[in-house]
Design a protein around this ligand. Sequence first.
Ligand code: CDP
Ligand code: CDP
Length: 202
Amino acid sequence: MSFTVAIDGPAAAGKGTISKAVAERFGLAHLDTGLLYRATGARVLDGLKPLAAAETLQADDLKRDDLRTGDVARAASQVAAIPEVRAALVAFQRAFAQRQGGAVLDGRDIGTVICPEAAVKLYVTASDNVRADRRYREMKASGMDVTPESVLADLRERDARDSVRVAAPMKPAEDAVVLDTSLMSIDDAVARAVAIIQAAMG
Ligand code: CDP
Ligand code: CDP
């Protein structure tokens, strides 16, 4: 059985940053599953129907330059509430998790639905204000036209939609370790995650 690390949590909590760092540290492959939903959402904004957009997703779609915009994030969270869209994306994620050599997957439902047998499950979170501030700085730095207020409102709207949906709602798995990074630097958060993974490796 392959070694899988599941990292879930709300928007801009630090999932991707921690996932990348621990994947590198332990030589594991990394999949940002949010990209699958963002790419599906972007294709719906292009005019495709949600299910067709998910079923015909190609590797190149995950490399589009517009995946980090607010509009695409919103569209991602809208298509992510459709059970058939989620079902169309399951096989790819599970196959990735089964890679020889192990894998880190980050998203919303990795520990609960995609990899319930993962060796390590982390639920990374932080206060709304901290997360919105991090995302605002990130978007601003890449030249996007956003305000702190609009980013906070978008993030709250998306978190609310992600947590109330019936299909694979965002929530910590029962056996997840919750990591609140509100007061942690990136290095602190990564060190904590590394220690948890190391303990699980035995
Ligand atoms: O993947 P997710 O949306 O959960 O978050 P991310 O993209 O890893 O992190 C969002 C932003 O917060 C990035 O710009 C990180 O550099 C920053 N960050 C931070 O300032 N402090 C942390 N402890 C973790 C992330
Ligand atoms: O980076 P950030 O945390 O802001 O978002 P993301 O991880 O790129 O995910 C974008 C959207 O995709 C989320 O708001 C969810 O609606 C959806 N998503 C999901 O439903 N399940 C996943 N495993 C990953 C993302």
